[in-house]
Design a binder for this molecule. Structure first.
Ligand code: NAD
Length: 481
């Protein structure tokens, strides 16, 4: 069976303790590879390698660092088919999604930051009268710890590593133990691209062992984490007393607000996508759809009809619009929320159950895309993150009311607004408590923009120069002339 290895100091190596974890294919329910069950000894080796590599990498001109990152991007593109298939098998997502979204975005992340660093400039402040000049130097921190989740594995892994490396840090990174495969393939690509040894180290294993050891390590002064809010809280509890720099990209419970004057076809079509893309396992999916009352029934009926037409099946088949959810445990969590919704008075309009797929995927973990109505806006189903193919529909009458509905959760990651009334679009957008708002679109991403959440959806922003600022320490130097 395929046994993955850690990538430490430029080498593919076995975990020190020699232990491995089963890695499942969620579409078949079968173990198909083994992942290093690393511990603090492996983290220690990775931190030592990164610390040793740091002085030379930090001194490498930005243009040269960028060129190596561009080579990594090119190799990701050259291996598109292989990486996409690996991502689909590891995660359960439709192959087509991995081919058109996950893997292309991974190479874009490398290219974006490989070039952005060459446009990253520092400020100078001249003091008139006093005759002094301040200039700001931005130093890389040293060793950055990057921890990523399972939903968009290579996409989010590279989204962290790329700005950290571009800014001159060395990195110890941990992909999710649930979806380690493309991070492992990336280590092979980094070796082929000539990334100097120790600049990037990838340690596989459980969060409570590898992740926790990275966060607690005194020589890792900066942590960039994407994952669940509860994990973010645990990381902050360890990192805060050590005064580490923290970027936390956490969960969401995003509102999708549909006004009666929207472009109906666009709102409908895009809402199918924003509800169920990647089986609803994107932190930006709109899981609460609020529909202005005059449009409610028309939208509901058309939406449910389209959801019924989404084919759930083998992720490797072109015809499958919905693949498997990521794990058996996650499937049980999603199904338990559907039960909760029923207890809270919700009516299931379609879905609401596990799907038995025929053939090689008979034991896979599939959930039917599920639409629920009739729930109070502030019940648990409508305020807790389910992170699966489950959405609720709720009618509203006024702008004030829907803003109250939208803001009633502890999360504040993203929101979508559908209306042809431009002043209203801006007015509502400004009042919704979320770090990202889309108007008449969804998941249209410009990598230069600040990305992140308000409230319990996170701390800090990724994207553009925000990430390069995060991965550098500003130092002001004041010179009296
Ligand atoms: P998770 O928090 O369980 O795990 C994320 C990563 O943290 C994994 O690599 C895991 O091994 C590691 N980890 C777990 N415990 C740890 C600990 N104590 N110390 C250090 N690391 C630890 O999240 P998940 O289930 O993999 O991902 C789903 C969650 O991620 C959802 O809540 C989703 O909304 C969120 N997410 C957020 C964004 C965003 O940009 N805001 C993007 C994608 C996913």
């Amino acid at each position: 069976m395929n046994q993955l290895q850690n990538y430490i100091n430029g080498q593919l190596v076995a975990p020190v303790a020699g232990q491995y974890i089963d890695n499942y294919n969620p579409a078949t329910g079968e173990v198909y590879s083994l992942i290093p069950d690393s511990d603090e000894q492996d983290v220690e080796q990775a931190v030592q390698a990164a610390t040793a590599a740091f002085p030379a990498w930090a001194k490498t001109p930005a243009e040269k660092r960028g060129r190596i990152m561009m080579r990594i991007a090119d190799l990701i593109d050259e291996n598109l088919e292989r990486l996409a298939e690996a991502e689909s098998i590891d995660n359960g997502k439709p192959l087509k999604l991995a081919k058109t979204v996950d893997i292309p975005r991974a190479s874009s992340n490398m290219r974006f930051y490989g070039t952005a660093i060459q446009h990253f400039a520092s400020e100078a402040h001249y003091m008139e009268g006093t005759e002094a000049i301040n200039y700001t130097v931005r130093h890389p921190h040293g060793v950055a710890g990057c921890i990523s989740p399972w939903n968009l594995p290579l996409y989010l892994f590279t989204w962290k590593i790329a700005p950290a490396l571009a800014a001159g840090n060395c990195v110890v990174a941990k992909p999710s133990e649930v979806t380690p495969m493309t991070a492992y393939l990336l280590s092979e690509i980094c070796i082929a691209a000539g990334l100097p040894a120790g600049v990037l180290n990838i340690v596989h294993g459980y969060g409570h062992k590898v992740g926790a050891a990275m966060v607690a390590h005194p020589k890792v002064p900066v942590i960039s984490f994407t994952g669940g809010t509860a994990t973010g809280r645990a990381i902050a509890a360890t990192a805060a007393p050590m005064f580490k720099k923290l970027s936390l990209e956490l969960g969401g419970k995003n509102p999708n607000i549909v006004f009666a004057d929207c472009d109906f076809d666009n709102a409908l079509h895009t809402s199918i996508h924003s509800s169920f893309a990647n089986q609803g396992q994107i932190c930006l999916c709109g899981s609460r759809i609020f529909i202005e009352r005059p449009l409610y029934e028309k939208f509901r009926d058309a939406f449910v009809e389209k959801v019924k037409a989404l084919t759930v099946g083998d992720p490797l088949e072109e015809s499958s619009k919905q693949g498997a959810v990521v794990s058996e445990q996650h499937m049980q969590k999603v199904l338990s929320y559907i039960e909760l919704a029923k207890q809270e008075g919700g009516s299931i309009l379609t879905g609401g159950h596990r799907v038995q797929v025929e053939g090689r995927c008979a034991n896979g973990w599939f959930v039917a895309p599920t639409v629920i109505e009739g729930l109070p806006y502030n019940c648990r189903t409508n305020t807790e993150e389910i992170f699966g193919p489950v959405v609720t529909l709720t009618p509203f009458d006024t702008e004030e009311e829907v803003i109250q509905y939208a803001n009633c959760t502890d999360y504040g990651l993203s929101a979508t607004i559908w209306t042809q009334n431009l002043p209203r679009a801006h007015r509502v957008a400004h009042q919704v408590h979320s770090g990202i708002v889309w108007v008449n679109t969804w998941l249209l991403r410009d990598l230069r923009t600040p990305f992140g959440g308000m409230k319990n959806s996170g701390v800090g922003r990724e994207g553009g120069f925000e990430a390069l600022n995060f991965f550098t320490e500003p130092q002001n130097i004041c010179v009296k002339l």
